[in-house]
Design a protein around this ligand. Sequence first.
Ligand code: HAM
Length: 418
Amino acid sequence: MIRAIRGMRDLLPPETERWQQVELAARELFRRYGYQELRLPLLERTELFARSIGAETDIVAKEMYTFTDRHGDSVTLRPEATAQVVRAFLEHGLAKAPGVKKYFLIGPMFRYERPQKGRYRQFHQINCEALGSDAPELDAEVILLLLDILREVGLGQVKLLLNSLGCPGCQVDFKAELKLFLFDREGWCPDCERRRAVNALRVFDCKSAHCQGLLQGAPALVDFLCPDCARHYARIKELLGRFQVDFEEQPRLVRGLDYYTRTTFEVTAAGLGAQDAVAGGGRYNGLIRELGGPDLPGIGFAIGQERLMEVLPPTAAGARRELLFLAYVGEAARDRALALLYELRQQGLAALMDFDHRSLKSQMSLADRLQAAAAVILGESELEEGVAQVKWLADSRQERLPLAELAGSLAARLRAPA
Ligand code: HAM
């Protein structure tokens, strides 16, 4: 038997139905906040990610699915969506669109990480990007949207972590101070040894407990913010307070991607173990220019769908589906059921029947095993009288409904069960 690749999960029913519900809820909230959907390729030029996420990040240095295509070009399965949203934004001249440009993107991402609970090699993100404004009101709005989505899908207790990384100006002094701190201590892992020289901020990403221990007492970026960045950050905190959003300031929250400036945030949830970030995001005011575009700011977030599903409370188990099962006795009824099947579907109802000439008993048992809401039974006498027997499988209640109005009556009953 050929099995799926390690770290890549098959999503099967009924899980896929829950995924659909979550995506539907997210889409509805994106609509209310004025976001439009982008669907972009899974493959991009490797250079796009190397330039935007940063060569020293774990993602680019260790985790990308990169290969050479038949033409000899280096291509990569997207490890995240922000870089490609900006790529598409520039390629299609979307900067000309009026107002803040707001996009969402839902789909798979790929990172060659060590699989464990909440960490996969193919995973899915609900991604949000807003380009064209640096207003702190937009930061607050993006965070509110994220929390709205999480609340709407039923995620109860979450923790919002917040930080500001300042602008490149603030980072110059901070990085100098951080470097002094890092070179003052010895015993870093080989990765951090290299990082402290070339990209000091990335030392914070290290997963080794030893390096994290050495980082105790390291300088924090918030202490180096310039007056503009400090005002920006203060305003966001004020707005979040005004909307009664609880948050915790987390000076170590640098996030594992190089493009962030100013605001960074993460949402964590209990029950996920070590991989407890359900969503993460932040501002990337230099990224659009870095990728060859105008000097436009941007901000966004991504929700990890697998992690979200993991912490969502289970939906009521064993709930019957809104499915009708047509059962028949005899050839004439079989023919009529076939026509009825089509009529019901035309009316928007989900309906199935058996084509394999089973006995009525095994058709009824099939209806039950399929978790149908009702079995619609047609036999000779029903055909003569122009009715169908409808058996509601949850409580075995039976009723006779005129065939002519069957679709309408069933639709009404399914929508408002008695
Ligand atoms: P990220 O923090 O790398 O940010 O990923 C966002 C979320 O994706 C994480 O919080 C987590 O829930 C999920 N995730 C990441 N890696 C895995 C994995 N291996 N398995 C399962 N879930 C995972 C970004 O990707 C940024 N592009 C977010 C962003 C958008 N920033 C601005 N705009």
